[in-house]
Design a protein around this ligand. Structure first.
Ligand code: MG
Length: 374
């Protein structure tokens, strides 16, 4: 049996954790395989042997289906039991609204450069049935454009970089597509944040491009029998959207995806919000992209920066975790329902993200004009 790796969301203790490194080219920092901590909302990578035993003999493939169900907030019950209300109240206490805590947040930025990091789907745009139509509103684009005028700003997304650029349509931003595996900074002329800026372009998984193309075509063919499944080639990862797939077909979908991975031991399976994703097994994620971008901006080891990361997805937890571990900056989870997260604050939906961005711009403009008024 091949030593394929499968990433199991929400896996618990008692499994052997290994990380298969397929990266032959050096990254910015050497990566040493080591056990991952059991972080809330994070991922575990387990050997295929253990996973197969766990799933095929125990029927635990349901753990994937359960996880897929958890990522469908539209299934929230109309009548919420009291205990759930209590849970929600305590969650809000621990992850207060970034709008309500706005003053505290900007107070933390005194003497520091705020650096904005934003996920796209579910953060700047609503989650829609057709991922090709996840457009952002003109109001959101305006708010984002204004934020990028005042703060270094990066879009960090699982989407293909070109695709998200076609949605955002703004220059002067950093775009990190394919979960940060495809990073491009603004042109020299449109970057005003760093003296001597010569541009940024970084693709740590470039060797995987042919393999991803191949898997995309196989995946298209194999998922034809599953109504509603939509396969998207995101350049360095293949996304299988299941938001339009009937729940009774989810187990079959997972089986199909896993069967394809049997032939590609250098790829792994992860899950995002209403999407399964096949990615290279390199240790690179949105958290690594955040660190890379901070370094590119000259804030690698600086205490002069306050990174703010806003995202709604499990994959954003990697970035939240980096900020928490660095003891620097803050993570804001976009969610209407309580979730395990490493973020410190919350916003309920993209319209609240827009409101937060607008307030940030207003605060910056007023602080530039005179005495700091929050
Ligand atoms: Mg998202």
């Amino acid at each position: 049996m091949k030593n394929q790796n499968v990433v199991v969301p929400d896996a618990k203790q008692g499994i052997d954790i290994t990380i298969a490194m397929a990266l032959s080219k050096s990254l910015f920092s050497p990566v040493v395989p080591k056990p991952l901590p059991a972080a809330p909302g994070g991922y575990f990578t387990i050997t295929r042997k253990r996973f197969t035993k766990k799933t095929e003999t125990g029927g635990k493939i349901n753990s994937w289906v359960d996880s897929m169900r958890d990522s469908s907030p539209s299934r929230v019950k109309s009548t919420t039991p009291l205990s759930e209300t209590e849970d929600k109240n305590s969650w809000i206490v621990n992850h207060p609204s970034a709008l309500n805590m706005f003053e505290q947040i900007v107070n933390r930025s005194k003497g520091k450069q705020i650096v904005m990091f934003l996920d796209y789907d579910g953060t700047l745009s609503p989650i829609v049935e057709d991922p090709d139509r996840a457009f952002m509103t003109s109001e959101m684009r305006e708010a984002l454009r204004d934020v990028a005028r005042h703060f270094p700003t990066a879009i960090v997304t699982g989407r293909c970089r070109d695709k998200v650029h076609s949605f955002v349509r703004l220059t002067g931003l950093y775009y990190a597509g394919s979960h940060g595996m495809d990073i491009k900074g603004p042109s020299k002329n449109s970057c005003k944040y760093k003296k001597g800026y010569q541009g940024v372009f970084f693709q740590p998984a470039s060797e995987f491009l042919p393999m991803i193309d191949e898997v995309y075509n196989v995946m298209l063919e194999r998922t034809k029998s599953i109504p509603g499944a939509k396969v998207e080639n995101n350049k360095f990862c293949v996304s299988v959207h299941f938001r339009c797939v009937e729940e009774k077909m989810w187990a079959k979908l997972v089986e199909q995806v896993r069967s394809i991975l049997n032939d590609y031991p250098k790829l792994r399976l992860t899950q995002g919000r209403k999407v399964l994703e096949i990615r290279p097994t390199i240790k690179w994620d949105k958290g690594k992209a955040l660190e890379f971008l901070l370094e590119s901006l000259g804030y690698a080891n600086s205490t002069d920066a306050l990174p703010v990361y806003i995202g709604d997805d499990r994959t954003d937890e990697d970035a939240f975790k980096v900020l928490r571990n660095r003891g620097q900056g803050l993570g804001i989870l976009v969610s209407k329902v309580p979730k395990e997260t490493n973020a410190s604050y919350s916003l309920q939906e993209p319209t609240e993200v827009k409101d937060f961005l607008r307030r940030l711009v207003e605060w910056k403009r007023s602080s530039l004009q005179g005495p700091c008024r929050v």
